[in-house]
Write a protein that binds this ligand. Sequence first.
Ligand code: NAD
Length: 457
Amino acid sequence: METADTFEVFNPATDELVAQAPACSPEQLDRMVRGADEAFTSWRRDESARRELLRKAADALESHAERLGAIMTAEQGKPLPDSVGEVTRTAGWFRYYADLEVDSVQQRTVDGVFLEVTRQPLGVVAGIVPWNMPVLLIGWKAAPALLAGNTIIIKPSPFTPLTALAVGEIFAEVFPPNVFSVASGPDPLGSQLSAHPLVRKVSFTGSIETGKRVAASASEDLKRITLELGGNDAAIVLDDVEPERFASDLFWAAFKNNGQLCSLIKRLYVPRARVQDFAEAIATVARTARVGDGALEGTQIGPLATRPQWEKIKEFADTAIAQGAVAVTGGKPMEGPGNFFEPTVLINVTDGDRIVDEEQFGPIMPIIGHDGDEDALRRANAGNYGLGGSVWSEDIDRALDLARRFEAGQTAVNHHSRGIRPDMPFGGFKWSGIGVENGAWGYEAYTQLHAVNAPAK
Ligand code: NAD
């Protein structure tokens, strides 16, 4: 769609302008939502046709994975193989939902009465996504929403609109008009979309702050919401683990995507007497990680995706160090253009410090001493977050006992978020979210139960 206004998208590795992206006007957004509402009438009718098109969407993503990956790296910064991998992984979500067996119709006759329960789609869904996983999170929302018979409008982050717009072009060849659309533009586009009266459900992934605003605006119209918000995941290492044993896994479970994933280790609790040893072991891995432009071969960690995020990380590190934290490695921005920051391991920090209590969403790992399993669990469960967590031990039963008592949407043993998959629910306790995505549970969140009662024939 042609727009009168555009906005600039920069490469976070080079600070160069990548493109001018279309800025959707309020009138264009309104037309888009009305179009999606009209398309809903026929799209909801034929489930097997929808499944077929979800399969085609998966094929289309796979066949364009290299191109989409290159666009993603240019605007988001992550290493190219990770970008391409994100696209092919997203295809897996479309394929999973294309084949998901859902209990959408129940019929029975009781005492001369015909009873039917069906799952009905809701209508137009707004899928509002952040900049850290520009394609995967589209798949998490669009695949179940479309399977259920809804139409969807995706609103990408203004920092990473280009990949989503390219997905929109590719899907225009797959789905009927107005079934899957992408509206790009600087805010307040997000709030205009989520407040539109014809939008019946808002599925939002982003920060807690914005999530609360989405919930408040949705409440006026009683729109359905799913909120996937921030996390401050704790990892607990038990006293039977030697520092080198999981050093590499612990590092990558915190620094993947440069720390910009909601469910990564954001604070690491290790036995108090071993803090220095664990910090050294993890810092050794950090020093060998290749940080650079994600488009260059061999890069393992790209830049921070946005300038405000880079500024936030610098501020977190500066404040912590000014208050007595010690950077065992890293601690400051890297020279040259781009939003680069050294992978940073901090000790001499504790609960109550901002770097421990809040979500940093970047390449800083605070390591905190604990005084045993129960002490660590109590501290992991403190605070308003409850997205993910992990326990690391040589004794799987002992770790499982602790893992089961996390107040978190997902908890892992001896890894962190590698368990994210289309058939497992993903969501958060407390301020980390409302509802879940993925699996049949994610699909159900895009439906409404409908009970029909009639005289039996
Ligand atoms: P953000 O909240 O700033 O923005 C998210 C999206 O909401 C963007 O598309 C933005 O344009 C839009 N938006 C802004 N104001 C809005 C409003 N009033 N109404 C509707 N939409 C609005 O988040 P971000 O900085 O882009 O992303 C980082 C955050 O996302 C982190 O906190 C991270 O933990 C969280 N996140 C959570 C998950 C999860 O599944 N739980 C996954 C990835 C990221």
